[in-house]
Design a protein around this ligand. Sequence first.
Ligand SMILES: [Ca+2]
Ligand SMILES: [Ca+2]
Ligand SMILES: [Ca+2]
Length: 222
Amino acid sequence: MRNMFITECCCFLKRLINPGRIIQHALLASETSFSINEIEALYDLFERLSHAIIEDDRIHKEEFRLALFSNSSMQNLFADRLFDTFDIKKNGVIEFDDFVRSLSIFHPDAPESDKIEFMFRLYDLRHTGFIERIELKKMVLALVSEMNVDLSDDAVELILDKTILDADLNGDGKIDLEEWKTYISKNPSILKNMTLPLLREITQAFPNFVLNTQVRDLEVVL
Ligand SMILES: [Ca+2]
Ligand SMILES: [Ca+2]
Ligand SMILES: [Ca+2]
């Protein structure tokens, strides 16, 4: 009990002497779907993830895998793509602002257009600005193996044919962002995994920081 009290006091003091961080959090709250209390709760989560293997304020790829699979060396195309897409500054690590901005896209209140574009970047494996058949194939195969589904090569090719046929409106054999937007509007269920309902309850998931935080949402007017 006494230790808990000391920890809470340390948290309080840390916040008191770190106004720069509060300003950064307020700024992130103004630019994303999260409130400042939710950003504080995310900071709690971020600190745990970023200190899991290499103790710094950056999430390394191994720490990201560990968070997703409880295994730092698990190879998985989706996890690696997700990591690369979260790594907005493309410096090989995820910093707190990358983390918040990327997770914000998965928030139930985030604009659908952001979700569609994020998913497009996820599938555009080679960063060519198009989703090409070979990229789609890799993602479909990863999904199939992830779900432990037994699908023949012919069945996979059929899925690819159908998707390209439906999505590639100008017939150049690849899917551009506008075609992707049209395709998703006709197949909205594809976006289902781009929303994490848990993010709406992030302050309940990490209640410590709500109790500790000194900034009330209403006080932040930017
Ligand atoms: Ca780290
Ligand atoms: Ca591409
Ligand atoms: Ca096309």
